[in-house]
Design a protein around this ligand. Structure first.
Ligand code: SAH
Length: 398
């Protein structure tokens, strides 16, 4: 399958390679960055590496001839690649985006004009829970006033009855952040639910949720296998999002302490604990680094630490505190092996060894590599206080 706009779009950097070659490329990337720590297992790829994304996002603009265009936002050129479908996105989600564009024409709903700072719609985000079929539509708009609101919502639901909720997000900032803080629910409850590894999860518009659910199950199963839980352990789930890993682990652990910065995600996580009847998990809405420092200061210990930071990796404070937490196993999931390698260096110096490295292809056709690494604490080594320079140039990116 070939994408007609892949060169212009540049979202699928490896699209010109066959899927086998893509996997080889990612295996080599993981090996180049991580093999100094141990053997890199063979990457787990997808059987059908298309339409895997459960989240589609389109930017809306009006062309000079007055036609409304939707497509993929190009941050480098500040432009847009006009397209109605994407090979890695869910087909239904793409159809909904096209339907919204048609309805805008019908109801004369405008797009936001950056040059004048006027108009309405900026982006549309569609999330589809593959297991339950529930769909969430988020209209990210400059103002809260949607003309012909009721008719618009009615027709959209009539055409796509699988839509469970429609949220109007007020994105009135100058910067091009997709979502703003304020939200008005136009239909439903403002969330959808999905099932992963036999657990049910509520997902709100601004909460992080893995975009490839099929491979997420592969990844989570590996992470849980690495944790080797027996039911007695105190587990920390750092960067927990809506609590997915922590809640799956909670079944097999004594208790779980989970931390996440995003407020909406923590609200979802607390509900998710209830939905899954997990009474042995607590969520904290804090910066993971600061939280870990506090845990270390209070002399708290854990048996297993799951960490799944964003692309920037963990902070030095987080890693120093992780060493003090003295977990016998650390399961480090990363979407950026470069920062993971940098962080592993610190954990290894601090008395851990890397036992397993498993790459998983979460993002076929793109250059992105996801890895799950198991570390275990060396029994013979005491924790040695190591001086880290927090201004290290590689960390600040300067
Ligand atoms: N483990 C989750 C989320 C992983 S994505 C899952 O598999 O779904 C990384 C998460 O880290 C996001 O939810 C993001 O909101 C959160 N995050 C980013 N910076 C953070 C910080 N400094 N402290 C705590 N959480 C943070």
């Amino acid at each position: 399958m070939k994408c007609p706009v892949y060169k212009k779009c540049s979202g699928c950097q490896l699209h010109n390679l066959s899927y086998e070659e893509q996997l080889e490329f990612k295996q080599n990337t993981a090996q180049r960055l991580l093999s100094k720590f141990g053997k890199v297992e063979e990457i787990k790829g997808m059987y059908y590496p298309y339409n895997y994304r459960n989240k589609a996002q389109a930017r809306f603009i009006t062309a000079r001839n007055g036609k409304i265009i939707s497509g993929i936002y190009q941050s480098t050129t500040n432009g847009i690649v006009s397209t109605d479908s994407c090979l890695i996105e869910d087909k239904k989600s793409d159809e909904i985006i096209v339907c919204i564009r048609e309805l805008m024409k019908k109801f004369k709903i405008s797009t936001y004009d950056e040059s004048t700072g006027t108009g309405f719609l900026r982006h549309v985000l569609v999330r589809r829970a593959f297991k339950t079929g529930e769909i969430m539509v988020v209209l990210a708009a400059f103002t809260p006033i949607l003309p012909h609101k009721n008719d618009f919502v009615h027709l959209l639901l009539q055409t796509h009855p699988q839509i469970k909720t429609i949220v109007l997000n007020i994105a009135d900032g100058k910067e091009n952040l997709v979502l703003g803080d304020r939200e008005i629910i136009l239909h439903g409850d403002g969330y959808i639910e999905d099932v992963l590894c036999g657990h049910r999860f509520r997902i709100s518009s601004k909460s992080f949720y893995q975009i490839n659910p099929q491979q997420t199950e592969v990844l989570y199963k590996k992470a849980i296998e690495y944790a080797n839980l027996t039911g007695k352990e105190t587990v920390v789930d750092a960067y927990c999002g809506i609590g997915t890993i922590g809640l799956i682990a909670a079944d097999k652990a004594h208790n779980v302490i989970a931390v996440e910065l995003n407020k909406q995600a923590v609200k979802d996580a607390i509900v998710n604990a209830k939905i899954n009847k997990a009474k042995n998990i607590r969520f904290y809405n804090e910066d993971a680094g600061e939280f870990m420092v506090k845990m270390a200061q209070e002399g708290m210990k854990a048996d297993v630490l799951f960490m799944d930071p964003p692309r920037a990796g963990a902070s030095v404070e987080f890693l120093r505190s992780a060493l003090k937490l003295s977990a016998s196993r650390i399961v480090y999931i990363s979407c950026n092996p470069q920062t993971q390698a940098r962080d592993l260096e610190i954990l290894v110096k601090g008395g851990y060894k890397v036992d397993m490295i498993q790459p998983v292809d979460m993002f076929p056709h793109t250059k992105h590599v996801e890895t799950c690494v198991l570390l275990s604490k060396l029994k013979s080594t005491q924790y040695i206080e190591i001086e880290f320079n927090t201004d290290e140039c590689c960390r600040t990116g300067k």
